[in-house]
Design a protein around this ligand. Structure first.
Ligand code: ATP
Ligand code: ZN
Length: 300
């Protein structure tokens, strides 16, 4: 049992693509923190939660070895480290709690623009450069492909041009880096986004209670991301059609409007993006006085 009393330690990326989003998400959960002088820690001021700022590659081991209770990293890193340490054994020492809807990218195989690709069998006998050997090997085994995996970290996209590899397997989001290197994406190996993981080590009740509270708040923040609160007026006769047009809403609140005949006010939480087209369709169906408001927090 580690000595660091009852405070929750969360491992986050120190400086990179996930850092701002991770800190922003925790701030939205109500956490206020101050950074240590060496920029390695953030001390939670209003909750017993501290942040440890590290390289993203270290996060799975920090949580797996029970140094930190929680960690936020890309699924690509988490899966690679899990496979590297435990093979396909599902008993890795952390639980993936949930996906956080940022840091979207994919681990993908790319080929030189003129090279043919007709599915995984095209990789048979090829040299594939990657810094994700464990994830790539799992993919190759699943597809019964015998290829040689060239482990390389750094600018992998130059490997085919240098004659060191036939394909590469790397992270892609927009594909612009690939295009700039005359490569084209041919095969997705893993869809990734940032996820939060928790140690499997049993925790004191009070600590686990705080973690549950934090996770519930995180869930609340994620739920309202795309959600909007829509208010409108409508004739009762058009209600059925209007409710059907509201995106991702379950049962709206319908309130009579004082002195307005058969008109009612409809209030609904829409869990999907509300487009201008949706509002135009609602108006055509008889709705008026439409308001779309942002939601800040939600607890269901
Ligand atoms: P560190 O110094 O922490 O090791 P890094 O260079 O490995 O940083 P970043 O480039 O900041 O990491 O990427 C962190 C994570 O962001 C990736 O592991 C991945 O999950 C996600 N990500 C999202 N889009 C991309 C992309 N286009 N390229 C690389 N990573 C991406
Ligand atoms: Zn890294």
């Amino acid at each position: 049992m580690k000595t660091s009393e009852q405070r929750i330690q969360i491992a986050l990326q120190k400086s990179g693509r996930l850092t701002d989003h991770s800190l922003d998400l925790l701030a939205k959960c109500g956490l206020k923190f101050t950074k240590s002088k060496d920029q390695l820690f953030c001390f939670g001021e209003n909750m017993p939660i501290d942040l440890l700022l590290v390289r993203d590659d270290d996060i799975p081991a920090l949580v797996g070895d029970d140094v930190c209770d929680l960690g936020i990293a890309g699924l690509n890193v988490i899966e690679e480290k899990r496979l590297d340490r435990h093979g396909n054994d599902a008993s890795a020492q952390f639980d993936q709690v949930f996906a956080l809807d940022f840091g979207h990218c994919r681990l993908a195989i790319a080929a030189p623009e003129d090279a043919p690709y007709d599915g995984p069998m095209s990789l048979q006998g090829a040299r594939i450069a990657t810094s994700y050997p464990a994830t790539l090997n799992k993919f190759l085994t699943q597809h019964e492909v015998d290829a040689s995996v060239v482990i390389f970290s750094g600018a992998i996209e130059i490997m085919p041009r240098l004659g060191k590899a036939d394909f590469i397997c790397d992270l892609v989001s927009t594909g612009s880096t690939l295009a700039a290197n005359q490569l084209r994406e041919v095969q997705t190996v893993l869809e990734s986004e940032a996820v939060i993981i928790q140690t499997r080590a049993p925790l004191p009740v009070e600590k686990q209670d705080w973690i549950n509270r934090l996770l519930q708040r995180l869930d609340g923040v994620l739920q309202v991301r795309e959600s909007k609160y829509v208010m409108l007026h409508a004739p009762r006769s058009a209600l059925e059609q209007i409710v059907a047009l509201l995106p991702g809403s379950e049962s709206p609140t319908v309130v009579p409007l004082e002195g307005a005949g058969d008109k009612v006010a409809v209030h609904a939480v829409c869990r999907e993006y509300v487009f201008w087209e949706t509002l135009e369709n609602l108006k055509s169906a008889g709705a008026s006085s439409l308001l779309v408001l942002p939601l800040e927090k939600m607890m269901v």
